[in-house]
Design a protein around this ligand. Structure first.
Ligand SMILES: [Mg+2]
Ligand SMILES: [Zn+2]
Length: 182
């Protein structure tokens, strides 16, 4: 199976910093078109997102899951199916004890991607990741997945010094000019 792994904040929605409320979740306008194209070309879609806001107590895991529900329903309305949302609630310097660990899922570690590969028999050599931070790119490369950096979100901070295989204006640019041209 071929897959595209998506970072969330700064790729799918505007990164307003620790987004955890529906009213703050603003989809980038061309996300739907981009994901529809991937789906129509046989890619399964996954989200892999660091959510250390849970570990530092800015919001709860329940808040995150509620927002995820909303996001998935919006995608559904556009005919887009996200196979699974993987999230890392941890941070080694957190304030909520349960989540305050050094884990192997927080990007740039690749635990979330590794788990998806195993659970869904993903072929890394046919798969891609789209992220707005170098830590997204590094996580993908650890699992042998090609990675594109977008200039949306935090992306502009990293364009001068990235190991990404492609730099795109936004998610749709990456899909049309990198992933679907492979
Ligand atoms: Mg991001
Ligand atoms: Zn983690």
């Amino acid at each position: 199976m071929k897959a595209v792994f998506l970072d969330r904040d700064g790729v799918i929605n505007v990164d307003k910093g620790y987004v955890h409320k529906i009213e703050d979740f603003e989809f980038y306008p061309n996300v739907f078109e981009a994901l529809k194209k991937l789906q129509d070309n046989g890619f399964k879609l996954f989200i892999v997102t660091n959510q250390s806001g849970i570990a530092v107590g800015y919001y709860t895991e329940e808040d995150f899951l509620k927002l995820t529900d909303y996001m998935l329903k919006e995608f559904e309305k556009h005919g887009i199916k996200i196979e699974k949302v993987y999230y890392c609630p941890h941070h080694e310097n957190g304030t909520v004890e349960k989540y305050s660990i050094k884990c192997d899922c927080r990007k740039p570690e690749s635990g979330m991607i590794r788990q998806a590969i195993k659970e869904f028999s993903v072929d890394p050599s046919k798969s891609f990741l789209i992220g707005d931070k170098e830590n997204d790119i590094l996580a993908a490369h650890k699992e042998g997945i090609k990675a594109a950096l977008v200039k949306t979100g935090q992306g502009l901070k990293y364009i001068e010094n990235t190991t990404a295989d492609f730099i795109g204006e936004d998610i749709l640019d990456v899909v049309e000019n990198f992933i679907l041209k492979h």
